[in-house]
Design a protein around this ligand. Sequence first.
Ligand SMILES: Nc1ncnc2c1ncn2[C@@H]1O[C@H](COP(=O)(O)OP(=O)(O)O)[C@@H](O)[C@H]1O
Ligand SMILES: [Mg+2]
Length: 386
Amino acid sequence: MRESEIKEILSILEGEPNLIYFIYGSINSGKSTLIREIITNKLDKSKYIPFFIDFRTRNVLNVDNFIECLFEVDEKSKVDDFREYAKSLADLLVNGSEELSKYYLGAPIRIPKSLFDKIFAKKDKSGDVYQYMEYLFAKLNEKGKIPILIFDVLENFVFQNLCRSAPKNLQMIKELTLNGNRLLLWSLFQFLVALTKVQHLCHVFCLSSDSLFIEYVYNTGELEGRAKYILIEDFDKETSLKFMDFLAKELLKSELSKEQKELIYSYVGGKPIDIIYTINEMKYRKLEDILNEMLNDSIQKLDMLLNKLDYITPKISIENEIIEIKKEDVVNALKLFKTKYEIDKKAISTPVYIYLIKENILFLNPQKGILKPQSYLVWNAIKEIV
Ligand SMILES: Nc1ncnc2c1ncn2[C@@H]1O[C@H](COP(=O)(O)OP(=O)(O)O)[C@@H](O)[C@H]1O
Ligand SMILES: [Mg+2]
């Protein structure tokens, strides 16, 4: 599974750090799994030290939240000087201690309590943060180790006005914070450019399922020549069928017929999580029932969304213009998918596709300008309903 993607990322790691890599793809396409598989099982552990910054479980509303995600505070340390601390941490990691094995399971950067407190007491926090990280990475480089910095679900960091998509529960947050976060994001990007393009100190991977966020980063041009984008899609058909064979053996201790596999693929496509669910459920239930229930679920969700449009009018803001989304336009946009899985984004007006992406119905590939349903299940629901 994912041999070519693993090869691509390993070959990036073999080269000198030079670019920020954005790893993007629809929800549950397997981005985090891929990166964790590489860290845990594919890396030359004598050479690389990964630092895993996990934003998955929280929304980053401000610089404080951001810093809390970046670091794990060493409460016990009495060291005051951050350089001294970074040196001893680097030594610890280089000597392959227990500490090192923690990072292979995915841990953020350790920081002494004194520095952490000092940072929190300041108004301008990011300067010290970046200085500490840079110093630590430089020390690791001196000792022949290459750090890998991974941000999982970077978009949890950003909001509506920035990338036109935000979790609904965040819409109360004031303009001010939004602008603050925008500055914070770009200061982070500048720092990441300094670490890669300028100093070649560490590899950087930013994972994201939010195609509007990726579109925003891709189109603003500020990272042009400094970033690259790697799309992790759902499995292709051949891989999906192989994955089913593997799972049937593992979970069911039996084999699936060609017809069964084709049937599963026609319902759930190459979304790994849906394939796993289906085959696991086959322990207890009939395949047709499982698939119909999954499809029905997806239909209900889409149906509810469309029904809601009968009595509320969602609004999308683009460059301070507020645009109302009409049901008719949404339905007409979805109709384009009745016969096709992929559509040129120009075929759908920007506010409508933004709305459908925010509602997790569509996914945008900003590099190719192509829209497609978030999953086969969503696609099948569209075909049933509109
Ligand atoms: N290559 C894979 N092999 C086995 N299972 C996978 C693979 N990729 C994804 N999965 C399954 O799909 C689920 C969602 O994948 P994840 O990596 O969390 O998606 P993403 O980070 O892209 O949203 C995982 O929990 C895992 O069970
Ligand atoms: Mg993920």
